[in-house]
Design a protein around this ligand. Sequence first.
Ligand code: HAM
Length: 419
Amino acid sequence: MLFKSPRGTKDILPQESRIWQEVEEKARKVFDLFGFEEIRTPILEESKLFSRSLGDLTDIVQKQMFQIKKETDTLVLRPEATASIVRAYVEHTLYNSSNVSKFYYLGPMFRAERPQKGRLRQFHHIGCEAIGCENPALDAEIIFLASRLLAESGVEGFNIQLNTLGCTPDKKMFGLNLREKLQPHKKSFCEDCQARLSKNVFRVLDCKNKQCKDIIRSLNIGEGHICDDCKKHFEGVKEGLALFGVSVTLNPFLVRGLDYYTRTVFEITHPALGAQDALGAGGRYDHLVEELGGPSRGAVGFALGVERLMLVRGREVFSEDLSSPLDCYIIPLGDAAFKKSVQILTDLRNVSVSGDLDYLGGSLKSMLRRADKRNAKLCLILGDNELAKGVVLLKFMKQSTQEEVPLGQLVDRIKEVLC
Ligand code: HAM
């Protein structure tokens, strides 16, 4: 029986994995530059953590969580990391810090969605959360950071859409107004939106169905529901963005699929992504820390979808050569040579020279072909003749030249030619 990776999951094979490593490395460098520190939380979390923070009626909680029931516990594979990080922040009383806590994370998330291009059941986030501050300039810096991360990966042509949802009372009022405005059009909405109208009215605003979109665009959604404090905060975000030199598109229709957001929300889209055009998204969630049992702390963050980033990344900022580079490939000809080769290999690795040994044997020609396929810079050929003379035949693969090197000088000579 042939097995395949489960629907909506993907193997990342070695060549692609090298690009992932580069993306992750670039991200870590940028986060370091911005003063963020890595946090790693478990992939398994209590189911209630997400119903409490994302909201009982959200699509993720209603339909998309992979649940594991074990004895009396109901665990889920995390669908996102913000709730986990806030849980860890509260659990470890990190709120006692006198400064903003800045965390970044990289890792897999799980959502039982219908798979399609750019939409997987296991996907990866590169994200960050800054907890302990309500200053709108921080929202701006967070958006700047997201755009910097994308720029480092050579992503161009993305669009940052920005909106404010206002505080909790503003959101409530917006919900009521929206329901009132949408109700007369109920029959013209798609089936999902008809259900959303009573359950989760904000979600109607980001329905992809053309007819629903047309109705929504025809409505006049102003800033009427936003209170003065939240308007001021939003002005602060826009001023901050101007300071950081980030341009955004204001989108009063932008809402987010997760309940924890208040005030600033943003989404980064890319036209090359097609239907699933969100490259990343984030915003402020000033009540989540309290909601999960901590004190009142403002917070803001975002997450980029790595698989989607891969679809639109700039090829030129990544290494051209995707095959793993190997310094040395050792070809032993015979049993005695094999034993000596193991020792040479260890000596080389001890001085940080990468090496591999031909374990398959066969003709010299076939072993050289394998060395070539492994992209080795040098080939070390060792047979009975070489052993008797106390030398190794060093072959320069690119130049197709070779020289005999005394065994005692081999490591130094290799280090010399490699640098
Ligand atoms: P989100 O919008 O649910 O936000 O996910 C962020 C990004 O993850 C999306 O913009 C998209 O690029 C990617 N993504 C989401 N679902 C999938 C999927 N099924 N397949 C592939 N990629 C996907 C959050 O998760 C929030 N926790 C972001 C945040 C952090 N807000 C504040 N802090």
